[in-house]
Design a protein around this ligand. Structure first.
Ligand code: AMP
Ligand code: ZN
Ligand code: ZN
Length: 401
């Protein structure tokens, strides 16, 4: 009797691994994010490979979620949850449960702590749980064991890893034998955003950054073709970019002394906590009318922003007039190029969407909300999407039957 146990176990293992393989979607999906890529960067002569993808697939402009920053919007696309629901309410945030600590991109100890991320489940976690192998060549949150799960292949974010090196890593994954080949891959590029912050639209530096990422995507497409591995490629960006100027600055120091408040975030918007509990002077100084910014108590943020119910949204939220910056002391970036973070309904904040591949139809699509990408991705990789703010109907028509 006992001799049969190992045999039965081996049989069971074989069956399970076969069924796991059978669940794998036939065609892998590669989700590419080009941080800060405005849709109008296309067609300017710098993007032959993206133009070609758009021509054989579906192209649209996407409305980012508010606030129009990197971490909240990458989370919105991969979970279908707007920032107010995901808990990733900004690139910089505080939480009443973690007094004295704050989340920021540069602080790995906090940014890599699942505490900040666990409120929602990224698609790579849902995929892994469903037996669909996932691999991430960077994506905000992908280095964290969210709900205890990491993609089977992942990399610690490092902007020194070149764009071609990132592409080569993805190609190496796609070259693997079927049983260990990922079926859902993310790939992230920050260099267009970096150039867009530092240099003006139309500058040689920004054009070069756009052309460089386009060439890297060209290499990916060519590499997949050379190994005869068809893939569904979905290219997105997280937000647009608009010009800033040292002439368009609201300086908080001129309204209230710096010791009286904590600026959790500054720039196109500011997130402010009074330093001492509910210091009414801070509220008085900020909540009154200003020429180029408007501040609200978090409960009073206008409903169309869909922002302010989460515990991590600071007590006072100030939004600059489009193109203006709110600073507390010197700027994070020199105010020479662009920025983002303003109203997500502003056209300049629009993001890019291109999808192409065997499962994707051809054509131009109406603008849509970026949370709607999530149910599309879930469908492409063959997993059931979790409840979200995204509407599966929006992009259902672009999938070939
Ligand atoms: P933003 O200013 O909102 O556009 O943020 C963009 C910055 O986010 C880029 O300069 C990247 O270096 C940074 N970034 C992107 N992904 C990650 C990550 N996984 N970990 C830390 N920083 C990241
Ligand atoms: Zn970004
Ligand atoms: Zn940026």
């Amino acid at each position: 009797m006992t001799r049969f146990v190992p045999l039965v176990l081996a049989l069971l293992a074989a069956l399970t691994s076969q069924s796991a393989l059978a669940q794998q979607p036939a065609v892998p999906t590669i989700l590419i994010s080009i941080d800060g890529f405005r849709p109008d960067y296309l067609g300017s002569g710098n993007t032959p490979h993206l133009d070609a993808l758009a021509a054989r697939g579906t192209i649209a402009e996407m409305r980012p979620s508010f606030p129009t920053k990197t971490f909240p919007n990458h989370t919105a696309m991969i979970t279908g949850r707007i920032p107010d629901h995901s808990g990733i309410v900004s690139n910089n945030m505080i939480d009443p449960m973690r007094p004295g600590k704050s989340f920021s991109l540069g602080d790995a100890r906090q940014a890599l702590d699942a505490f900040w991320w666990d409120q929602v489940e990224p698609l790579w976690v849902t995929a892994e749980k469903a037996g669909v192998r996932a691999a991430t060549m960077f994506w905000p949150g992908s280095e964290v064991a969210i709900r205890g799960v990491r993609p089977q292949d992942w990399a610690r974010y490092d902007e020194h890893v070149g764009n071609l090196q990132r592409v080569n890593t993805v190609l190496d994954w796609m070259r693997r034998p079927a049983d260990i080949r990922p079926r859902f891959v993310t790939l992230y590029f920050e260099s267009v955003d970096t150039a867009g912050h530092r240099h003006a639209a139309g500058s040689a530096e920004l054009d070069a950054a756009i052309a460089n990422v386009d060439a890297a995507i060209g290499r990916l497409v060519a590499g997949l073709a050379a190994m005869d591995r068809p893939a569904n490629i979905v290219v997105v960006s997280d937000h647009g970019m608009a010009a800033v100027s040292p002439e368009r600055v609201v300086q908080l120091d001129e309204l209230i002394e710096r010791a009286a408040y904590v600026a959790v975030d500054t720039g196109p918007f500011a997130a402010i906590e009074p330093a001492v509990g509910t210091d009414e002077r801070v509220f008085d100084a900020l909540l009154r009318p200003h020429e180029h910014m408007q501040c609200w108590r978090k409960a009073d943020i206008p409903p169309h922003f869909r922002y302010g119910t989460h515990a991590r949204v600071a007590a006072i939220f100030c939004l600059a007039e489009n193109g203006w910056s709110i600073l507390s002391g010197p700027a994070e970036y020199p105010l020479a190029g662009g920025s983002h973070g303003w109203d997500n309904q502003w056209d300049e904040m629009r993001a890019l969407f291109i999808a192409a591949g065997p499962s994707i139809g051809q054509g131009a699509h109406q603008p849509f909300d970026n949370v709607d990408v999530y149910p599309l991705l879930a469908r492409l990789i063959g997993v059931a999407p979790l409840a979200s703010d995204g509407d599966a109907a929006t992009l259902a028509g672009i999938v070939r039957r």
